[in-house]
Every structure is written in C-alpha cells, then in structure tokens.
Design a protein around this ligand. Structure first.
Ligand SMILES: [Zn+2]
Length: 422
C-alpha cells in the first residue's frame, strides 16, 4: 500500500494548475486507488478534462459524512522555487510542491485513511462520501457547483462535511492551538462601471468616467470597516485568552492581533467586512476621454452581514457608479458549539495531548459554500501537525510550498480515529 507521503508526491506531479489543462489525470489516479481498494468511484466531467471523482464508503449509519478536497492548484512559477513546483520531491522530511498544503496533502490523507481502513477491514461509523473536485481555485463552476447541481444524488444522506482550512496546528508556548473552521466569510466579487461623456482629452472634461471611478475606488479602498464580532469569532477570542492566560482587549482588536502573532492571524481578517479594488480598465488613447471606465472589487462579508456590507458599498460608490456581481456567495456557518465539533476536537486531542481545538472563521472561501447550498454543514478540518517554524498561512498560494511527512502521518491517524472510533 502506498504511504500518505507517496500519494501526496504522486498527486503533486500531476500539473493541475487552474486555469490550465484540467484535473483529469489526477482524477483518474484517485479513481484507480479507490477502485483497487474495492470502492466504486464515479468519475464525471463538467467540461473536457475538468474532472471530479466521488465515491461512497458504506458505514454503520446512513447519516453520511462528506470529505471533500480539490485536485486543482493555483499557478506556480518554477523560477521562484528552490525545487520544481511539480516535482513532488521529498527533502528534509517534507513533501515539496504546489498543492502540498492547498490541498493535495489533505487529499492524500483522506486517501491514505480510506485505503488503510479498507486494508484492515475497518468500517466507518457512518457512511462516507469522498469527493475529489475540480475547479476550487476558481469559482467551482466546473467542480463543486457542477457536482451539487448535476450529481446531487451522490450526496444523498450527507448532513455534515469536513474539508480544508482548519485542523492545522499553530504553536503557542506549551500548547498547540488547532483552529477548526465553523464558517467562512461570504464572497461578493463586483464589477463597477462609471459612465460619462466621451470627448477630446485637451478640452475641459464635462463628465469624465475615469475620474468618477477613481474617486469612488479611493473611497472604497480607504474605508475603515467597523469591527463586527460574530458569535464564532467571539468564542475564538475567549478560547485564545484562556489558552494564553491573558485577556484580549476587544476595543483594540487590531493591535491584539499583531501582539498575538500567528494566533492573531486567526481573527485579524475575520472581525470585519472588507472590499479591495483589484482590477481596473478604461480608455484606449491618451488624448481621448472614454465614455466609460470599469473596475473589479473583491468584497467579503461576515456571516449575517451581507445586507450591511452591500449598503455600505453603495454609499461609498455613490449614485454615478453601477455595480453588478461577478460572484455572490453566502457566508456559510456551521453549528458551534456542537457535538460534531467536539468529536473533531477529541480526535485531535487523542493523537496530540497538547492540542487545544478552537473555533475559527475563514476569511476567504472554499467549496464548503457550494455544499452549504444543499444543506450540508461544513467544518474546516484537515488535521495537520506542523513544526512551529513553518509559516502555514504563508505557504497557501506562496512559493516553496511544502508539508512535513510526519504532519501528514499525524493527520491520517486523526482522520482514521474520527471515522472509526465512537
Ligand atoms: Zn484550497
């Protein structure tokens, strides 16, 4: 049987850059592993080479748990890396390559867990649905969104899901904090357009859309979004002050996030909505005032705050800018406290006595949003014990992405325990 590190290396060697040539070879590899273990994977494509694999592993209860991961990765420039990003080499006990952390390492843990259980004749406590998806690094249109609309039946009976962006360790003094995601900020990607009057660039401008848009974007970019403490983030802050033994001043949360270093990154981007201008285009010649100008803004809002977010954006933009959504997605939120959260935490503590599980909200988004649409409660739980010197957040979409072999082995033990122990 292949080890978790070998599976991780194998997956990294398939160049599944998105946008790129698609996930098919990686999906076929996954399907072969699952079929060899006696499962019956379904392989389907939303477009040529945009491939997803789903398999069901029957357990003792039909209340099913979904474990989903994505097979695509963001681009990597080999010139910036010490080792080739698609080499999958193991050096210094780490598997190197694009996707090691996000999230082929997690896919490898899921596969190693399931293959190990099959080899030992272990049945899961509840039905497991395993999904290895295309297109998470874009909008999921070719992956999770397609899967929940066109292959809804494959997820029958699923009530809860676990996936990326949680369950990893952040070392703090003598304890290891493991954030488990119980929600995500919502996504509001917007295209803004300013209309004006075209004319000669040498004449006094009457209604210049470039200037109108620039003013509006400047208001958006410099807006100080007020702190909004959602219940999950408030719970996280309580846990962190308990773990560190020091109170956290709720009136000065930005300073407190900086003071707490790695632990501060768990809430720094999760205490308010945000909107960042990211793309801009207008005009075609230096002496021509164009009739319109366009920009894109990446907006994110906390669970429950979509309305407040959009009305603030509209106020900042003013009446002369029209806004349309390129992508609008709800901010999903899973129950916390909950018995399932406790199960996830207990599986970590059983394998790492120093583990301190805490609730956490993701600042960005994942495929959990698509599954939330069909009523599945998503938790970010891809267990990984990391060395204190590894900058986990820095490696997401960063260069020299790598994951410790022992971290992967730890995660595989935690998952096996979660799926099999009462
Ligand atoms: Zn990811």
């Amino acid at each position: 049987m292949k080890s978790v590190a070998e599976i991780c290396s194998d997956l990294i060697r398939f160049d599944t850059t998105n946008p790129g040539s698609g996930e098919r070879p990686a999906a076929e590899y996954v399907a072969t592993l699952l079929a060899d273990a006696g499962l019956q994977p379904e392989v389907f494509e939303s477009a040529p080479h945009r491939t997803t694999v789903v398999a069901r592993f029957e357990g003792d209860s039909s209340d099913a748990l979904l474990i989903h991961g994505h097979l695509d990765v963001v681009p990597a420039d080999p010139a910036e890396w010490e080792l080739h990003p698609f080499s999958g080499e193991i050096v210094d006990d780490c598997v190197y390559g694009r996707g090691a952390v996000d999230m082929k390492g997690s896919c490898a843990m899921t596969l190693a867990t399931v293959l190990g259980m099959r080899a030992r004749g272990l049945r899961p406590r509840r039905d497991l649905v395993l999904a290895f998806l295309a297109d998470e690094e874009a909008t999921g249109d070719y992956g999770s969104r397609h899967a929940v609309t066109e292959h809804r039946d494959l997820f029958d009976g699923v009530t809860q899901a676990i996936s990326e962006s949680g369950g990893f360790s952040v070392t703090s003094g003598p304890s290891r904090v493991y954030p488990i995601a119980v929600g995500e900020r919502g996504t509001s990607w917007m295209k803004l357009t300013a209309h004006g009057v075209a004319g000669h660039g040498s004449r006094p401008a009457v209604d210049n859309p470039v200037a109108t848009l620039a003013h509006a974007l400047s208001r958006v970019a410099s807006h100080q979004w007020p702190v909004r403490l959602t219940p999950s983030v408030a719970a996280l802050l309580r846990s962190l002050s308990e773990i560190t033994g020091q109170p956290i001043d709720l009136e000065r949360l930005d300073d407190e996030a900086d003071r707490l270093g790695a632990l501060g990154t768990l809430f720094k981007g999760q205490i308010r909505n945000s909107a960042n201008p990211t793309m801009l285009s207008a005009g075609y010649k230096v002496n021509v005032v164009p009739s319109s100008a366009e920009a894109h803004v990446d907006g994110r809002y906390l669970p429950g705050l979509q309305e407040e977010f959009l009305s603030t954006v509209d106020e900042l933009l003013g009446p002369k800018i029209t806004r349309e959504f390129v992508n609008l997605e709800d901010a999903p939120s899973a129950p916390y406290p909950s018995s399932f959260f406790d199960e996830l935490g207990a599986a970590l503590v059983a394998e790492d006595p120093l583990a301190r599980p805490v609730p956490y909200v993701m600042s960005g988004g994942t495929d959990a949003k698509s599954f939330a649409r069909i009523g599945i409660e998503g938790y970010g739980f891809a267990p990984l014990m990391l060395r204190p010197d590894l900058d986990y957040f820095g490696m997401f979409h960063g260069k020299d992405e790598r994951v410790p072999v022992e971290g992967l082995e730890f995660g595989t033990r935690v998952l096996t325990r979660l799926l099999t122990h009462p």
